[in-house]
Design a protein around this ligand. Structure first.
Ligand code: SAM
Length: 261
């Protein structure tokens, strides 16, 4: 679910992001499972069900790291099988379908490619792994049908730039979806969540990843991330229409969505 960073000058933030994700890449999946009690999988399922992927479309998952969201998009498209002329059942992925996974960190991408190979998808042409920055995407204008970013936008230095890049690469009618740790308002739950965040997460980070600091920064970065309404306004300011959000687990995470007109 991620790492975050304390108040640092902008030029240092990208370097820090790089260092932290390089050091946590191998323990990343385990930490996500432990910190969210496995819930991050359900949240990602929800994100992809809202995307409602369709065969033949082009998707871009930014900050896609270990491929978690991309594999879900792939499975969702492939789950609708069809009969070939010989009567055999085959998946729905065709040559047109493209799932691009973009991440700034080569170590995170390596973990994703390794996982693809373990799933027998090492050479699959629908999965395209691209090293790149959310703030300066290496994709053309109006080329994508869907854009997803899960637990990634909090780590970019200029959120507005990442949002305007998302808008640029989407086709008219394309869908933007962002899953991010957010803000809890339910009174008693908020106290419990605060205790969990400030005390439990850094301790687990130290125990499992040997990295208390990164996970302490994670908590600070969640606190600093704009609240749901504010972030929805930022998405709308980037040009998106029909902007809305859904809180999951009382706002522990939120999924923001919008369409390019
Ligand atoms: N989306 C994955 C998931 O949900 O499991 C990975 C999330 S991980 C918390 C955040 C990812 O964002 C890391 O892989 C990191 O390398 C990537 N990242 C950070 N800054 C980025 C940027 N400016 N552009 C692209 N990726 C970035």
């Amino acid at each position: 679910v991620g790492s975050g960073f304390k108040q640092v000058p902008e030029d240092e933030k990208s370097k820090l992001v790089g260092n932290v994700f390089s050091s946590v890449a191998s323990s990343y999946d385990l930490m996500n499972d432990l910190m969210s009690g496995g819930l991050h999988k359900l949240w990602k399922d929800r994100l992809v069900s809202k995307l409602h992927p369709i065969p033949g479309m082009k998707y871009l998952d930014v900050a896609g790291g270990t491929g978690d969201v991309a594999f879900r998009i792939f499975d969702s498209i492939n789950s609708v099988s069809r009969r070939t002329t010989q009567g055999a059942l085959e998946g729905n992925l065709d040559d047109e379908t493209q799932i691009n996974i973009c991440d700034i960190n080569p170590n995170m991408l390596s973990v994703g490619k390794k996982r693809a190979a373990e799933r027998g998808l090492g050479d699959n042409r629908s999965l395209v792994w691209v090293e790149g920055d959310a703030e300066a995407l290496k994709f053309g204008d109006g080329t994508m049908d869907g854009y997803t970013i899960a637990f990634g936008i909090r780590n970019v230095t200029h959120i507005e730039k990442a949002l305007s890049e998302a808008y640029r690469v989407l086709k008219p009618g394309g869908r933007f979806l962002c899953l991010e740790l957010s803000h809890v308002d339910v009174p008693i739950f908020k106290n419990l969540y605060d205790y969990y965040s400030f005390s439990v997460i850094p301790a687990v980070g130290e125990l499992v990843a040997g990295d208390r600091e990164s996970y302490q920064y994670l908590i600070e970065s969640i606190r600093k991330f704009p609240r749901q309404e504010m972030f929805a306004r930022m998405v709308a300011d980037a040009g998106f229409q029909k902007v809305e959000y859904e809180n999951l687990v009382g706002g522990v995470v939120a999924i923001h969505s919008g369409f390019k007109a």
